[in-house]
Design a protein around this ligand. Structure first.
Ligand SMILES: NC(=O)c1ccc[n+]([C@@H]2O[C@H](COP(=O)([O-])OP(=O)(O)OC[C@H]3O[C@@H](n4cnc5c(N)ncnc54)[C@H](OP(=O)(O)O)[C@@H]3O)[C@@H](O)[C@H]2O)c1
Length: 348
């Protein structure tokens, strides 16, 4: 018996990735899809502009798209909702008793909402009872990070534990699919780089510190380092590439950093969660990798690829990290969070 789940924003770029990734999931089954009033009432196949490289799952094609109100026949909902509506809708679902796994920015920095990367801060799930008490309900909201934050945090996490991060500069080259569908107009992005993604730099600078922060009683104490982010949209379909420079409190070497990346794992690997990559960080030895065209689908899009680890003449070291923005950076991350919740008894 698989657990029935709903997908809010099921017609969007992230929503479609949920539908695709959950098609043959061993524990979870999509039984409800919901989106805006424009889509509600239609069969899913008629409402969606399907952009995945596999067909719409037979079990989902004919589902009726429901409005995003908390009357879905399931206990768990994944949210790929547009941020303009996600805040209120997700809150309504949680208040009505649903477990909400959100991809939107709206609740990520709420003091009682866990912002989780299971390999790094599974203990932040300790906020669930706090949230239930404060919001007076049985449901709750769990968020995953902004897509570019995801790969920065995955790379910095083990380094912070080993060498204590003090300062970070990060410059991103972010794929078009990160802007949803239809997203950035083709005439704006073809043959071009757009050096602005609204709100993205601020999200990277603060979310990273929450993820790597410490659960202190009933709140998260932010990690004590500064992040300076510069975000660019580039003409790549999938995959965010990030150039990172880091200063550490402790002395280290390129070899130690590579070893630290290689040795990184956490509860998803120990618990053998269905969506967990065998190695969350893959170190690429080639001098010109990782590249989105060749590497973004490594480990089913659930790993982050690291390369070009070398000394930095301003801070201490620099490297490149790449990840799949709609898989590990969005839907896959939420699914991994749901698997962790189940494994730790939070779905009972
Ligand atoms: N794309 C990425 O790589 C990525 C990564 C991480 C996080 N995120 C976040 O995930 C969320 C979804 O992003 P996306 O890229 O999938 O966007 P998208 O392609 O624009 O999809 C947005 C979804 O929200 C629904 N929606 C819009 N207005 C609504 C309303 N008033 N009521 C109910 N549903 C409504 C849309 O339904 P209709 O089709 O019916 O309009 C659609 O299903 C955003 O918050 C985004 O910031 C995206």
């Amino acid at each position: 018996m698989r657990i029935p789940v709903g997908v809010l924003g099921a017609t969007g770029a992230v929503g479609q990735k949920f539908i695709k990734l959950l098609e043959s999931h061993p524990w979870l089954e999509v039984t409800q899809v919901a989106a805006s009033e424009r889509s509600a009432g239609k069969h899913y196949a008629d409402a969606v502009s399907w952009k995945q490289n596999t067909p719409i799952p037979e079990t989902v094609r004919d589902l009726e798209v429901r409005p995003c109100t908390p009357h879905l026949d399931c206990k768990i909902v994944f949210s790929g909702l547009d941020a303009s509506v996600a805040g209120e809708v997700e809150e309504n679902f949680a208040r009505a008793g649903y477990v909400v796994l959100s991809n939107s920015r709206n609740h990520r920095m709420d003091a009682d909402v866990p912002l989780v990367i299971p390999e790094l801060n599974h203990d932040h799930l300790g906020l669930i009872p706090v949230q239930r008490r404060r919001r007076d309900g049985h449901g709750y909201i769990i968020t995953n990070s902004n897509c570019s934050t995801m790969f920065l945090a995955m790379a910095l996490g083990p380094l912070h534990r080993a060498f204590t991060v003090e300062k970070v500069f990060v410059t991103t080259m972010q794929a078009i699919s990160g802007a949803g569908y239809p997203g950035v107009p083709s005439l704006d992005i073809l043959g071009n780089v757009i050096p602005f993604i609204g709100g993205e730099e601020e999200k990277m600078e603060i979310e990273t510190r929450k993820i790597l922060g410490r659960l202190n009683g009933e709140s998260i104490q932010l990690a004590d380092f500064a992040v300076s982010a510069q975000c660019n949209r580039v003409a790549v379909e999938d995959g965010h590439t990030e150039s990172v420079s880091v200063k550490f409190a402790r002395k280290t070497t390129v070899e130690e950093i590579a070893e630290t990346f290689r040795g990184f794992s956490g509860p998803p690997q120990r618990l053998r969660l269905p969506s967990a990559p065998e190695h969350p960080l893959i170190v690429m030895p080639e001098k010109d990798r990782p590249q989105p065209r060749f590497d973004v689908n490594h480990s089913g899009g659930m790993a982050a690829l690291v390369g070009r680890i070398r000394p930095c003449s301003v801070l201490d070291f620099k490297f490149t990290v790449l990840g799949h923005n709609t898989i590990r950076g969005a839907a896959g991350a939420s699914i991994l969070n749901a698997e962790l919740l189940k494994a730790q008894g939070f779905l009972d």
